[in-house]
Unconditional design. Sequence first.
Length: 393
Amino acid sequence: MSPVVDLVYFNAGGGHRAAAQALAEVLQRQKRPWLVRLVNLSEVIDGAGSFKRWTGMAPEDLYNARLRRGWTWGMGLELKLLQAGIRLSHAALCRRLVRHWCTTQPDLVVSLIPNFNRAMGVALKAARPGVPFVTVLTDLADLPPHFWIEPDIEQHLVCGSSRAVQQALGAGVACERIHHVSGMLLRPGFYDVEPLDRAAGRSALCLDPERPVAAVMYGGHGSSEMLRIARALPHLQLILFTGHNRPLAARLQRTTTGAARAVVGFTPDVPELLSLADFFIGKPGPGCLSEALRLGLPVITFDTPWTLPQEQFNTQWVREAGLGIVLRSMHDLPEAVEEMTTRIEPFRRRVLALDNRAVFEVPELMAELLRGAAHRALPVRGLSPLGSLPAGA
């Protein structure tokens, strides 16, 4: 019987789902002899959709709506309130997860989400003793306490930066449970891009092939901040990726400037389109930064009071590694673009020195953990009793 692997995600922000899908696609390409399941944690813990019935929208939709509008100030406090609520409902969460995993019986669980890892780890140990639990950080660093790293559970940690590794060691996680990979998980398409005729590609987007082009991205749901960027740079050609945000796309298309603009909605062709740009402008999200850097684009990003708490380290990383320019204010953007265009070659050399292969490295770890688990006595599928939670769970 094929080993069963669960990849756990949710839809808040889109990056967690994208990472799960990227990993699933690589496993399929590699023809791993596993049954791989994408598990939306929200559907497990609220399968009846009670939150949506009471509020009119799912919790992730509320979060994503705020990202689209750029309403990110104060999210640090909201995160603390969310974590307090998770701690208060820990026992109930564990009971639900125990029932789920006793029924579905995975042989390996990979979490690609923060905040819920303690509940998942405790419940998995109760329901399926000996089944490995892996947390892949989809952020470059942790935001302690109780965000990604939970040293009190049997949690393998996949860290995409040396900062995250040091945080795990400092939290008391055993060395053998810390696995350092070369970056964030990206879709295989970012490794498949063939050399492009950039002049022809730009012309197809009605851009002047001879003038600089910047790619602008604010996550899969876009943000009204992209309007401010477009207005601040009236003479710079832009490829604006608006994702699922159709109202934003319509507003950008109505914006009149002196330079050509290409507004792109949700598309699977992001790698090819990003490759047409000279540099990147956008939020310091680990996904969009990593996508741009993978394709050789230096970055201009922002560290402001509206920057999400879990993304603040990313700006420090960009600055210290010399991968681009970090701004404290949107008002400084025109000067930053001028600096970028005059110093782009040194930036580009440092970007091209990166070699993020994380999406191909994680499957090797998963295979190793499955082999190790196979040598231990695991509950037989179909015969697992309902796991009992440890005292104090």
